[in-house]
Write a protein that binds this ligand. Structure first.
Ligand SMILES: Cc1cc2nc3c(=O)[nH]c(=O)nc-3n(C[C@H](O)[C@H](O)[C@H](O)COP(=O)(O)OP(=O)(O)OC[C@H]3O[C@@H](n4cnc5c(N)ncnc54)[C@H](O)[C@@H]3O)c2cc1C
Length: 522
């Protein structure tokens, strides 16, 4: 009989995989149970339209992973196990109804010149932001990567104050609380420049007027220019596949089609799990749950901590996403041909429109003008499609998990099975507006509704792609609830990880890495 593992993981999302990799390198025996037929959670790749066309099911941009502390520690071993990146120097652009466009490239002079096309003053500001970025980014990333416990926060405040002084520390605190619109209005004058950056807030649930959202447009804009964008070679799954191989090479095991139905705990201490088929598995040191907060308390039952239980049950999710995967005969013919070289093209015309789209989705309405993020991965990595062909990755933001109506008054259906087709057509109409003739180039199409995202991965509640709103009341020391942002729970030896835990969503493996370091002691 196999020896009892040190740690059992619930769910094979990339945070579990990262945590398991790190613990395995520190001598821990790890076992992962995943309800899906394959590991990876929101990071996986498959032929969802036609044979030979490889699509990233959800995450496509792996820049956060490439820049993560997890990757910096384990890069060599991951590369040995097959991890490969496909970098691009042309990360993102926005196209506008007036036919103009603005793209950020990994060439500061080129990007600044493009900004100058909209405003000379904004180009000067852009150049100042660029010069200041290396220093400022370090200060901000120190905050975004810090463990959220009292000692770490105190030490961080002290170090920040020593580095930037009182005015600098207060300025940083103010910036971290600003909405995208507040910061963009203070910083730039061109509406095109503002909208280009504000679109990044919509990757999370930071619509232009949401406090705490300014940092994402700033970091994505500046980091896109400084580093470009990293895609996975052959698909985003290169990342999760390499982590799986690393875990197995170090004696760990991953079981798929294995739903965890219960977390066993006795006298306030977790001892193991029960699978849906009744199998009981024990762990000697830790049970680590990469699940949505509401699922955590369903798995534990009564923990004896009412405050924690209520916080998990009331944890708030962001609006959902719809994905459209397209197999293409050719790339779209954008109204500006230069757009063909960018990994992402945002169709997010103005901050006002983005604010309206978000408000509509929050109210349960299908937005009249959803934000479209058109990913063109085959521009960067042609191996994902047969020679000369392409795939497109369309993210439709935002979409309500439960439909109450249609902001445009055209779609009658309120269940996703019926609404998906007409809503996808609305998204494709928008794409067609900016790239006429795109529909005629589509060879195959696969629509993934918010409900399908959740069915595939129960952590994506209502199609919420980041497992929980990142608004200030649920971020920093409040993610997923204050007192528990370091992955602890009221039950000893039971830990919580994944996008619902600080530092939150994205492919940066932050929650898993911070937890692994805490458990291993380094
Ligand atoms: C459509 C979409 C696009 C995105 N695009 C990007 C992007 O381009 N770049 C980026 O950085 N981020 C992106 N994100 C966000 C990012 O992918 C996620 O935040 C991140 O991958 C979440 O990782 P995780 O470790 O929290 O777990 P998840 O990926 O959520 O995985 C959790 C796993 O746990 C399993 N599980 C849950 N409950 C159980 C149970 N009871 N028993 C067994 N298994 C269970 C699930 O099946 C799942 O496999 C995107 C997300 C989505 C959905």
């Amino acid at each position: 009989m196999d020896a009892e593992p040190d740690a059992i993981f619930i769910g094979a999302g990339h945070n579990s995989l990262a945590c398991a990799c790190h613990l395995a390198t520190r001598g821990w025996k790890v076992v992962i149970y995943e309800q899906n037929a394959e590991p990876g959670g929101a990071v996986k790749t498959g032929e969802y339209t036609l044979p030979g066309f490889r699509h990233d099911w959800a995450a496509m941009n792996l820049s956060l992973f490439a820049g993560s502390s997890f990757y910096s520690i384990h890069a060599e071993e991951l590369i040995q196990h097959g991890l490969g990146f496909a970098p691009t120097e042309s990360p993102f652009a926005s196209v506008f109804p007036d036919g103009r466009w603005l793209g950020v490239s990994n060439d500061a002079a080129l990007t600044t010149a493009r900004v100058r096309g909209f405003s000379v003053t904004d180009a000067e500001t852009w150049a100042e932001l660029t010069a200041d970025f290396p220093n400022r980014a370090k200060t901000i990333l120190n905050v975004l990567e810090a463990p959220m416990n009292l000692i770490a926060i105190t030490s961080l405040c002290w170090k920040t104050w020593r580095k930037v002084g009182t005015a600098g520390a207060l300025g940083l605190a103010q910036f971290l609380m600003m909405s995208p619109r507040a910061w963009l209005d203070k910083t730039f004058e061109s509406d095109h420049v503002k909208a280009t950056l504000a679109a990044w807030g919509m990757h999370l649930d930071f619509a232009p007027d949401i406090a705490g959202g300014a940092v994402f447009p700033y970091l994505e804009g500046m980091a896109g220019q400084a580093f470009g964008m990293m895609l996975g070679r052959g698909g985003a799954a290169t990342m999760t596949n390499a982590m799986v191989k690393m875990i197995e090479a170090r004696g760990g095991t991953i079981h798929c089609n294995a739903t965890v139905a219960e977390i066993e705990h006795v006298e306030g201490r977790a001892i193991g799990i029960t699978l849906a088929d009744g199998t009981v598995v024990r762990a000697s040191k830790a049970v680590i749950a990469n699940v949505a907060p509401s699922a955590l308390v369903r798995l534990t039952g009564d923990t004896g901590d009412k405050r924690h239980t209520q916080a998990m049950q009331k944890f708030q999710h962001a609006p959902g996403t719809m994905m459209i995967h397209l197999a293409m005969d050719a790339l779209p013919d954008w109204i500006a041909p230069e757009l063909k070289c960018f990994a992402y093209v945002h169709m997010a015309p103005s901050m006002d429109q983005m604010a309206r789209t978000y408000a509509q989705a929050k109210a349960g309405l299908l937005p009249d003008e959803p934000v479209i993020i058109c990913g063109q991965p085959t521009v960067v990595d042609p191996s994902r499609a047969p020679k000369g062909k392409h795939v497109l990755w369309l993210q439709v933001r935002m979409a309500p998990g439960q439909i109450k109506g249609d902001a445009k008054g055209e779609i009658i259906a309120t269940d996703w099975a019926e609404a998906s087709e007409p809503f996808a057509n609305r998204a494709l109409d928008i794409l067609e507006r900016y790239a006429p003739g795109t529909r005629a180039k589509i060879l195959g199409q696969h629509i993934v509704t918010p409900i399908m995202l959740e069915t595939d991965n129960p952590n994506l509640v209502g199609g919420d792609q980041v497992c929980g709103s990142h608004h200030l009341h649920q971020h920093f020391m409040n993610r997923p609830a204050h007192g528990y942002a370091d992955g602890t729970t009221p039950i000893k030896n039971l830990y919580h990880t994944g996008a619902a835990v600080w530092p939150g969503g994205g492919t940066g493996a932050g929650p898993g890495t911070l937890l692994a370091k805490k458990l291993a002691g380094n």
